[in-house]
Design a protein around this ligand. Structure first.
Ligand code: BG6
Ligand code: MG
Length: 217
């Protein structure tokens, strides 16, 4: 494979926002009268805000009308915003900035491919917006992961064929989306959860462009 572009998921790949999503969703569940655990939370990774709420309601065995669901999703996001608007560049996961710089140095294009409608707020807080040639977030797509739309849009805006793109993902739904887009996928995190990926690494610490080809061999 000739690598021309790298597409990064945001939550769980560049920054650990899963903990903030979790606290905010757990509070919604508590208000609805049930406990939402970190194990349940695994199912929310990579999926859209509304789909997350639907999964949460499924866990609690609760059915609600659309208006109530919209209000709950809004409330969850208000609490989530309280956390992410206080984030600092210290929260960028180890090795990420060096890896992004190394990719640029080697002429590799970079894109963000995230389901989050809050991506821009987070990137600005982390001070890394300029490190991406293209940013595709939850506001630019209509179909959530595992649909490949977010990654295909990223490749299209970069003007690079999907076969020359590598996706970095921490969620099962994201790995599925990358494969469906016809791209190679490197999982970040647990090899058991990310068994569909072409390779799995713990994170970007000590990660360089020249190591990517070795990983995909
Ligand atoms: C993904 C997260 O990146 O974004 C999901 O992994 C989240 O957990 C989704 O539900 C949507 O995020 P937001 O910020 O638009 O509510
Ligand atoms: Mg993620």
């Amino acid at each position: 494979m000739i690598i021309k572009a790298c597409i990064f998921d945001l939550d769980g790949v560049i920054v650990d926002t899963a903990k903030y999503h979790f606290i905010a969703w757990r509070n919604i569940a508590r208000d609805l009268g049930f406990e939402f655990t970190e194990i349940h939370n695994e199912r929310l990774k990579g999926v859209s805000r509304m789909r997350s709420l639907e999964i949460l309601l499924e866990v609690g065995g609760i059915t609600l009308d659309e208006k109530t669901k919209d209000a709950l999703a809004k409330r969850k996001n208000e609490e989530y915003l309280e956390y992410i608007t206080k984030m600092t560049p210290d929260e960028i996961l180890p090795g990420t900035t060096d890896f992004l710089k190394d990719l640029r140095k080697n002429g590799i294009l970079t894109a963000l491919g995230s389901a989050s409608k809050n991506s821009m707020i987070i990137l600005k807080r982390l001070n890394i917006s300029s490190m991406f040639d293209v940013i595709i977030d939850g506001n630019k797509v209509s179909k959530a992961k595992p649909d490949p739309e977010v990654f295909l849009k990223g490749a299209e805006e970069l003007k690079i064929p999907p076969a020359n793109c590598i996706v970095f993902e921490d969620a099962g739904a994201g790995v599925e989306a990358a494969i469906a887009a016809g791209m190679k996928c490197i999982g970040i995190g647990n090899p058991f959860i990310l068994s569909g990926a072409d390779a799995v690494i713990p994170g970007f610490r000590e990660m360089y462009f020249r190591k990517l080809n070795l990983l995909l061999q």
